[in-house]
Write a protein that binds this ligand. Structure first.
Ligand SMILES: Nc1ncnc2c1ncn2[C@@H]1O[C@H](COP(=O)(O)OP(=O)(O)OP(=O)(O)O)[C@@H](O)[C@H]1O
Ligand SMILES: Nc1ncnc2c1ncn2[C@@H]1O[C@H](COP(=O)(O)OP(=O)(O)OP(=O)(O)O)[C@@H](O)[C@H]1O
Ligand SMILES: [Mg+2]
Ligand SMILES: [Mg+2]
Lengths: 258, 258
């Protein structure tokens, strides 16, 4: 039975995909991991498979896996231990399909039921969420055991935090009592400015133990992974990945407390 | 008759709201400007009004303006020459309202028809778009005379560019032949890395005159505007705003060529 994580917040461009991708990649060194790209931008698919053009995944994505309830058919092997359910821009049809074609009663659990089919094949399943509060996000957090909130220490993202936590708690109460909010992972764009430090301090004051100790800093090498693929060969690679390794250590400790 | 601009791309966190807000603020020094927040995050509303908590705008947003076709009722005056149609998270109901309640024939032109009611009151109308290709984005670009594509020089955003331009061209052909793609405004996170420079060069090669000469650079003062409000008092303020002033000069030149 795999443990399922989501990485989300409705604010755009704060590191959801990058954190999901690197975490999946690092975990796959010891465990069997399925990454799920649940954003129609397909960035997690690009990051992990190296394909910029997603034409090769046309009609072989997470959307088909959900429609047929047969995810095995659409899983792409990145390596022995790292598989992905890819996405392309057709995933933007998900909400319309849910409202106009899906015949089941519970709209919020279609992803959860789809992933259950392959859950025994993996140790961890990591879901990347889109920058909105639509049906993909609701389905993603409903499918999760543990939800990780990705917070960039900047005003617009901080303003989004309250709403996102409310949605998580509402989903826990109404649809999936077994899920939880595992923690808030903070990142800082520019540590020299007061804006970032101020928001980090406010977040720790307000949410205390919910905030991971690890802070993700901006490193040029991380942004380059989107072009070169994730690597761990040079000292620069290892330094960039170090932040995410200490995040994973904390992640495992938090999970073990449940 | 106001000239209508949109600022968009489906990639999140690339500067759409910041560019819309600062451009609206600067234009309002000489012209009558209406800013339209068409993203349920409400970031443009926060940036221009200074309210972090959007409760004060509950049921007084662009969504009500569209439903009643009476935008004047919901316009908030930031200053004499700068007004805003605000948004809050209820705007995420827009797509569902369009599919389940709206009785008109053309779903893509509801915003355009709503803004037409007040078009004579303004010289410029600037619309901030959300990070997706949903109904808000389609309605926004259909309401526009000129669409500005906001491109951050990083791989995921560059990968989104082709799709976004296709959507703009398809909307021009099918719904609004009078609109155009005015240009691609590029921004660079970290000028020292090769990633940004490489993407800037590729974009210029591929899209030539479509790319604005002005490049938006990261400046800490700009990120702080989300907390302090946009100001032009200190040397630091003026330097931060300078990038956007040269963008506006180019904008006006391009518009005059139509
Ligand atoms: N630690 C980091 N150091 C440097 N750059 C980073 C880091 N994390 C993310 N980035 C870069 O920041 C940008 C935004 O990250 P990413 O696309 O992962 O965010 P996102 O929240 O998934 O965006 P969206 O809301 O569009 O899905 C990307 O260009 C990415 O390469
Ligand atoms: N020129 C700049 N210099 C420094 N920071 C900037 C600049 N432009 C934007 N930012 C910051 O980058 C972050 C993302 O910008 P913004 O929220 O405007 O992007 P967006 O494309 O509207 O995001 P979304 O896709 O979530 O709507 C914000 O924290 C903003 O303050
Ligand atoms: Mg993403
Ligand atoms: Mg925005």
């Amino acid at each position: 039975m795999a443990t399922v994580f989501t990485f989300g917040i409705q604010k755009g461009g704060v590191g959801k995909t990058t954190t999901t991708g690197i975490t999946a990649w690092l975990l796959s060194q010891k465990y069997r991991v399925l990454a799920v790209d649940f954003d129609s931008q397909g960035n997690l698919t690009q990051l992990l498979t190296g394909y910029d053009d997603l034409q090769i995944f046309r009609e072989k994505t997470v959307l088909e896996a959900i429609k047929t309830r047969n995810p095995r058919e659409y899983i792409y092997k990145v390596s022995d231990n790292l598989h992905i359910l890819p996405a392309d821009d057709f995933l933007s049809q998900f909400a319309r399909w849910l409202y106009t074609e899906y015949r089941g009663r519970q709209k919020a659990t279609v992803l959860k039921e789809t992933l259950a089919v392959v859950s025994d094949d993996y140790d961890y399943i990591l879901i990347d969420l889109p920058p909105n509060l639509g049906e993909q996000t609701i389905n993603g957090i409903t499918a999760a055991d543990h939800n990780i909130v990705v917070l960039q220490a900047e005003p617009f993202c901080y303003n989004a935090l309250g709403n996102y936590l409310e949605i998580l708690v509402a989903t826990q109460e109404q649809v999936n009592p077994a899920m939880n909010v595992l923690g808030i992972l903070t990142s800082v764009i520019d540590p020299r400015t007061g804006v970032g430090q101020g928001i980090l301090a406010r977040t720790r004051d307000e949410y205390k133990d919910l905030v991971f100790d690890t802070i993700i800093h901006r490193r040029a090498r991380v942004a380059e992974f989107a072009i070169t693929g994730i690597e761990q060969r040079t000292k620069n690679d290892r330094e960039a990945l170090q932040m995410y390794e200490s995040f994973i250590e904390e992640l495992m400790t938090r999970v073990s407390e449940y």
